[in-house]
Design a protein around this ligand. Structure first.
Ligand SMILES: [Zn+2]
Length: 315
């Protein structure tokens, strides 16, 4: 049996066919078109090509969308990205187009489900997933299913308040974790330190720094970059420890672009976390995500697998 996965991101669309055991059979990627209706058309065409090449219709499709969704209704709530997505019944649209049932989830929820079933959280009965990239998303996976919550808003760890009256967040509030620990926040903090006269190799790229520049400099032991990463990981650890104290998952899986820093990020994150969590000996360890580049689209396919009841064999 095959299922289809759709990952609808800010800048990239991915479509994949995935087998029951989580194996990626085929995948296609394209830049996200500037409006929702062209994006839907592109997604459907990409899927039809993959299905034609595989010679097998998927049993169902799962869609991970990069913004708030009403998972139960299969409807996009809003998009911070491109116009035309708000209110779109994306599940129904794709189901009609492909002729198979289609299930919608938030992309971080889908990514977390993929890690819980086939990645770093495999075998754990409960997983807290945190995705740190240009934003910070999260998911709570219980017994192989997404805990979406009453309003499909569970797992939004990126909007944990960690700095009262801190920097403004994309959600409109101030001091959310995302506003101090996501990729753009690392770049902004480095720019601020440079403006105060701190010396760093990053000075050569002042005005155009990215989060990955800061990560690379931290890996090369640049003092300014190490300081920025230390501050950001302290807030990230604080939010993770609070979430762990609340739900007590078996494992915490951390993924996303920023985690490409590896131990440069994970070592201080674990150190701070152990200082914040109630019982570091018994509570969840923090491990890096295992599915890598295609985690989003594999996770989306896992949404279809769980809806079909086909994922129970993974637990
Ligand atoms: Zn926020």
């Amino acid at each position: 049996m095959l299922v289809a996965g759709f990952d609808v991101g800010n800048s990239r669309l991915s479509v994949a066919l995935v087998a029951e055991d989580g194996e990626l059979v085929s995948v296609a990627r394209q830049e996200t078109p500037p409006d929702a209706s062209s994006a839907v058309e592109t997604l459907a065409t990409m899927a039809e090509e993959l299905i034609g090449a595989a010679g097998e219709q998927p049993a169902a499709a799962g869609i991970g969308f990069g913004g708030p969704v009403d998972a139960a209704a299969g409807r996009v709530r809003t998009s911070y990205l491109t116009p035309g997505w708000g209110g779109l019944a994306l599940g129904e649209v794709m189901a009609d187009r492909l002729g198979v049932p289609a299930y919608l989830a938030n992309d971080a929820d889908a990514g977390g489900l993929g890690e819980a079933l086939f990645g770093a959280g495999m075998g754990a009965e409960s997983v807290l997933y945190v995705n740190v990239g240009t934003g910070i998303g999260g998911a709570v996976i219980l017994n192989g299913r997404i805990h979406a919550g009453h309003s499909s808003m569970a797992g939004e760890i990126g909007h944990f308040l960690v700095v009262p009256d801190g920097p403004e967040c994309t959600c409109g509030h101030r001091g959310c974790l995302q506003s101090v620990s996501a990729g753009p926040a690392l770049a902004a903090a480095a720019e601020e330190r440079l403006a105060r006269g701190e010396v760093s190799t990053l000075g050569q790229r002042v005005g155009q720094l990215t989060g990955s520049d800061v990560g690379e400099a931290a890996a090369a032991r640049d003092a300014l970059a190490v300081g920025v990463v230390a501050d950001a990981t302290r807030f990230l650890a604080m939010a993770i420890a609070n979430a762990v104290n609340l739900i007590d998952p078996a494992v915490v899986v951390v993924g996303g672009g920023v985690t490409e820093m590896g131990e440069v990020l994970l070592a201080p994150l674990r150190r701070h976390y152990r200082g914040f969590v109630l019982d570091p000996e018994r509570q969840a360890a923090i491990v890096p995500a295992a599915l890598g580049y295609d985690a989003g689209v594999v996770g989306a396919a896992c949404v279809a697998l769980t809806e079909l009841g086909a994922a129970e064999s993974c637990l």
